[in-house]
Write a protein that binds this ligand. Structure first.
Ligand code: TYM
Length: 335
């Protein structure tokens, strides 16, 4: 690998990704892969913390692999792999479990939210989710982790775990930093703009799926909840719906909020929503078409994941070996 800092992130293949996942995470991965050694995972083991239909999970895993590539992740430059293909992730998470406390995990906002939404399946994995996430990150001596704002708390826990391990056993892990892009850190729901846009929302109009075609995108933005004021002004407190649409518009056009406000001053919400829909669609449509094309060749996707896993494994076992030694496990003699 080139002598650059390590950047790691992961996305769960838990459904078709949303515009929030793209703007908050995937788009940044592609932008950063030239300046860092990028390592990108499909967090398939994390996905099992919520009930999954096995055949659907398999399909979603291919969908996400193809989407990563369609968004511009270059498997020649970056490592792209499935978490379950590198068993060091599960192994390190066991070790990290021994220095993590239930109180820390039960305080996590995502654990509390998911426990509320999946009352019939509050499993140990759901609670342990951030420890596996810490293992993902720490295995690669990661320095930077690009994520959306909802993952900030998990990142802080990963840092705490790294520092705790280093203090107890001696310098072993790099302490990672979060990279959270300010303007797209939290893309909000189109129906309830005080909640984040989420792929698990039961209301399909609440999110833009990366699989939505142009008509659907435009229809969803037309229906987006706003206010009765009819002025396109960025004011997240009093105008959360319009402010969210402005953030999205600026993120996909590259315009500043001021430029966008000027562009739509004196125009109604109808014109603005149509422009947002068209701008979003012009960005996601080519990605969708490319992704669907890539999906036709599962052999290629399997090859990409296989090569990625081999590269990731080498790095991961280097760290895991150090960890096992530090904690006092006797190395296995190879005969
Ligand atoms: P996941 O699959 O839920 O989300 C993937 C990425 O998308 C970001 N995101 C958003 N960003 C802006 N606005 C939104 N509405 C929005 N919704 C989601 C998430 O913050 C995330 O960056 N736990 C991770 C997966 C993971 C991981 C890791 C990440 C597993 N191991 C190690 C970093 C490092 C997750 O929930 O992804």
């Amino acid at each position: 690998m080139e002598d650059k800092k390590i950047l790691f992130s992961a996305v769960q293949p838990s459904g078709i990704l949303t515009l929030g996942n793209y703007l908050g995470a995937l788009r940044n991965f592609t932008a950063l892969q030239n300046d860092f050694n990028g390592i990108f995972a499909l967090a398939d083991l994390h996905t099992l913390t919520v009930k999954q239909e096995p055949a659907v999970l398999r399909q979603n895993t291919y969908e996400l692999t193809a989407l990563y590539l369609a968004c511009g992740i270059d498997p020649e430059k970056s490592i792209l792999f499935a978490q379950s293909h590198v068993s060091a992730h599960a192994e390190l998470s066991w070790i990290l479990n021994t220095i993590t406390y239930p109180g820390e995990l039960s305080r996590m906002t995502q654990f509390k939210d998911k426990s509320r939404n999946h009352e019939d399946n509050i499993n140990m994995g759901l609670m342990d989710y951030p420890v596996l996430m810490a293992a993902d990150i720490l295995l690669y001596q990661t320095e930077l982790v690009p994520v959306g704002a909802d993952q900030k708390q998990h990142l802080e826990l990963a840092r705490d775990i790294a520092i705790r391990f280093n203090n107890r056993y001696g310098e072993t892990f790099k302490v990672p930093e979060a990279y959270i892009s300010k303007s797209t850190a939290r893309i909000m729901s189109l129906s309830e703009p005080d909640r984040k846009m989420s792929k698990s929302d039961a209301n399909l109009n609440a999110f833009i799926s990366m699989n939505d075609d142009k008509d659907t995108v435009i229809k969803k933005f037309k229906r987006a909840v706003t206010d009765s004021d009819n002025s396109v002004v960025f004011d997240p407190e009093n105008k959360p719906g319009i402010s969210n649409l402005l953030s999205i518009y600026c993120a996909v056009t590259g315009k500043t909020v001021k430029e966008a406000e000027n562009e739509f001053s004196g125009k109604g919400y109808g014109d603005f929503k149509l422009a947002v829909g068209e701008a979003v669609s012009s960005v996601i449509e080519p990605i969708r078409l490319k992704k669907n094309d890539l999906l036709k060749n599962k052999d290629y996707l399997d090859d990409v994941l296989s090569i990625g896993a081999s590269k990731a494994e080498r790095l991961a076992y280097r760290t895991l070996g150090k960890v096992y030694k530090k904690v006092g496990l006797v190395p296995r003699k190879r005969v």
